[in-house]
Design a protein around this ligand. Structure first.
Ligand code: GAP
Length: 513
């Protein structure tokens, strides 16, 4: 069905509320901006995504182990990591609408619009391919070159301005590009200012003794400060990785687009410690490995692309995003960063402790280099939810809303229905539930017509529905219906476990890696 992109995204948001996936935090008090709660189905989906990531990282790699560090950390950690001084976003206000924007995002969106123009020119030329003469070719080519030069000029100016922390120049780029506020339509901009994204609080019961501590803005530092503990107690040999999942907090200036950009969110990060000089090899390796992991979800190859960073975070030597096509366009899903020895060296300096590795082969000690993979669990959740959400027009004119979630991640794997609430059918259905429930998340439903029950499970994303009918009592067979194809087949009750095991377990995904 063709739905306008903005309506499509709104429909996903209301669907996720209606079916117990995501609620606005503190909704009865009108909500808290950019903070969300996961409902009964959302919590299951999120847990399954986290588990798939964890198994792929920790269980499938014999040189990666997982930890669970605390959210609160010693305040010096954030001084050493550079977050106190450099974890800022450049913000700018429009004086007429009083709306606040990230200056870098305004510029990046402007560049994306010019890139769109190039794409349109190329598409137009391809359409007219057969009667395309030399004059047309020249004028198309001239326009594309002109647009590309404009992009290069903006990008170069922007990169230099950021490297030199020249905020006046960032503002000047916005003025020169004639970027207007989408609300007021005016170019009446304030100066650009830096805004630190960390939340702080006080630890200690007596105010004079309390010290300022921060809610961690990334989970990575919990790994760096435990590098030596894990290396020694786990007898880890380089190259090796430490993985972690957990909450992170950022006081985002522009927190929009549902769970895409939140103030409290969850990260899944892995720091891979390598011998200096081998970091480029491992950077390429992890870029490829992580894309492969995303592709295994089956959401479509065309929905992913790499994007190399122009603006590097304060710790990064090279950085690349894996972008996903969200309903509002291609945006960052995961970051792969080559962090050199920046973090461990900083922590050595601030703590006075050596954070090195003795390389037996080289017979020397060094501070390892680090390649990081970092993905937001909530953002991953949104990518899966938005690719899975479909409004299908059926032959009978009805609309079917279905969540085609990867079966291994779906909150409920199978729903079991007795055709009617009598004649021993509920009893047989309950028996099947008892058989399957220790290995799979199973739902039982006997209300309404089977058609209505199918629709409810389609909307939740349950990959299989089993119907027990009168014939089942005689031949020990049931009908199993596939959510995506709506095809039904008869299957012996004793074969159900193996049938589901092949199709809905994390093992079925992990085998593809
Ligand atoms: N340790 C590196 C790091 O934190 P990042 O690019 O700032 O790098 C990594 O964040 C990932 O965390 C992003 O690719 C995104 O998926 C997720 N993320 C970052 N900020 C977020 C936010 N405000 N809300 C939801 N997810 C966020």
């Amino acid at each position: 069905m063709s739905v306008k992109p903005e309506d499509f995204f709104k429909n996903i948001i209301s669907h996720s509320k209606e079916y117990g996936y995501i609620f606005q935090s503190s909704e009865i008090y009108d909500g808290l901006s950019a903070v969300y709660d996961y409902g009964q189905n959302g919590a299951e989906l999120k847990k399954n995504i986290r588990e798939y990531w964890w198994k792929a990282m920790v269980q499938l790699h014999d040189n990666i182990v997982g930890i669970d560090a605390a959210i609160f950390m010693h305040p010096t950690v954030w001084k050493a990591s550079g977050h106190v001084d450099a974890f800022n976003d450049p913000l700018i206000d429009n004086k007429d609408s009083k709306k606040r924007y990230r200056a870098d995002v305004l510029i990046e969106e402007h560049v994306a619009k010019i890139e769109d123009k190039i794409k349109k020119e190329v598409e137009k030329a391809a359409k007219r391919f057969e009667n395309f003469d030399e004059a047309m070719f020249r004028s198309t080519n001239a326009r594309v070159v002109e647009y590309q030069n404009k992009i290069n000029e903006i990008n170069n100016r922007f990169k230099t301005a950021l490297n030199e922390n020249n905020l006046a120049e960032v503002r000047q780029i916005i003025i020169d590009c004639e970027i207007v506020c989408p609300i007021s339509g005016s170019r009446n901009w304030t100066d650009v200012r830096q805004f630190n994204l960390m939340f702080s609080t006080a630890m200690g019961s007596v105010s004079e003794e309390a010290s300022t501590i921060y809610l961690r803005p990334e989970t990575a530092q919990g790994i760096f400060v435990n590098y030596l503990n894990v290396q020694k107690t786990g007898r880890m040999k380089i190259p090796f990785g430490i993985a972690q999942t957990g909450k992170a907090f950022r006081n985002e200036i522009v927190a929009r687009q549902f769970i895409f950009r939140m103030r409290e969110f969850e990260q899944m990060e892995m720091q891979f410690f390598v011998k200096p000089g081998t970091e480029n090899h491992w950077y390429d390796y992890w870029k490829e490995n992580r894309l492969k992991w995303h592709l295994s979800l089956g959401l479509g190859k065309e929905n992913y692309k790499y994007h190399d960073h122009l603006k590097l975070a304060h710790y990064a030597k090279a950085a690349c995003d894996i972008e996903f096509q969200f309903p509002f366009g291609f945006k960052e899903l995961e970051g792969i960063h080559s962090r050199s020895d920046f973090d461990l060296k900083q922590h050595e300096e601030h703590s006075g402790k050596k954070l090195q590795y003795f390389d037996v082969e080289e017979n020397k000690s060094y501070v390892p280099y680090v390649v990081e993979t970092s993905v937001g669990l909530d953002r991953l959740f949104l990518s899966i939810l938005s690719a899975a959400y479909k409004e299908e027009l059926l032959e009978n004119g009805e609309t079917r809303v279905v969540l085609s979630l990867p079966p291994a991640l779906a909150p409920t794997k199978v729903a079991i229905f007795p055709l009617v609430k009598k004649d021993g059918l509920p009893e047989l259905a309950e028996k099947i539930v008892s058989k399957l429930k220790f290995d799979f998340n199973v739902a039982y439903d006997e209300k309404d017509t089977v058609g209505k029950r199918y629709r409810r499970q389609d909307a939740i994303g349950t990959p299989y529905c089993i119907t027990v009918d009168h014939q089942s009592l005689e031949d020990n067979c049931v009908t199993i219906r596939n959510r995506d194809t709506m095809q039904q087949e008869r299957i012996n009750i004793d074969a159900l476990h193996a049938y589901l095991e092949d199709r809905v377990t994390l093992k079925s995904l992990l085998k593809q890696l």
